[in-house]
Design a protein around this ligand. Structure first.
Ligand code: GRF
Length: 193
């Protein structure tokens, strides 16, 4: 069994990154986080990564909000390669991934999404599930392709929506499920490598 060489991309608080790193430290996940990258200089994920003594870097500033221009995405690929990353994990990375990264890491980029895809792709999926009156939602780990939350599904976990749930309460419950599912999926990859 080979240790997975991971690169984590995130734009936010980094709780999924912490779940992965804690699983590694607990000996439950045979992997190593080679680098954590964020498009936001002040994203807590970077601070958290540095607190673990991990390499954490900011991506060059983009002109766009929802994607990186190709030359910047090529720089991102160069950073991942230089750090010897084999698998890319999108953990709250809020930009659409384009060709340079998709081609460089074909079938080696995964994302965690807070709904039972194909239901509720896009932003704030837990709010979409609440508004639709669902009784069950969940989270999905899937491969990343050029679409938004559209790549082939790898695993899902259901989460109940309870009477009286607010968006915050439901999101927190979904995140608990995410923190279990994502390391489990990665360990499955590790055990097959
Ligand atoms: C998660 O809810 C994930 O499903 C979505 O972005 C959020 C990231 O949270 N893609 P965190 O930064 O890992 O805490």
């Amino acid at each position: 069994m080979k240790s997975l060489a991971l690169g984590i991309l995130g734009s936010g608080k980094g709780s999924n990154f912490v779940a992965i790193q804690e699983s590694i430290l607990a000996g439950k996940l045979n992997a190593e986080i080679k680098i954590v990258l964020s498009d936001k200089a002040d994203a807590p994920i970077l601070e958290k990564a540095r607190a673990y003594g991990l390499r954490a870097e900011v991506l060059p500033k983009s002109r766009f909000k929802s994607r990186l221009e190709p030359e910047l995405e090529m720089q991102l690929v160069a950073m991942l390669r230089e750090a010897k990353v084999e698998w890319v994990v999108l953990a709250g990375y809020m930009r659409i991934v384009k060709t340079p990264l998709l081609e460089a890491y074909a079938d080696r980029i995964i994302n965690i999404h807070p709904s039972l895809l194909p239901k509720f792709p896009g932003l704030e999926a837990w709010k979409q599930a609440l508004a639709a009156g669902e009784k069950v939602t969940g989270c999905t780990v899937h491969y990343v392709n050029a679409g938004i939350d559209e790549g082939a599904m790898i695993a899902q976990r259901e989460v109940a929506i309870l009477p009286g749930d607010t968006a915050e309460i439901l999101h927190a419950r979904i995140q608990e499920a995410e923190h279990q599912l994502l390391p489990e999926v990665l360990q499955k990859f590790a055990s097959q490598s």
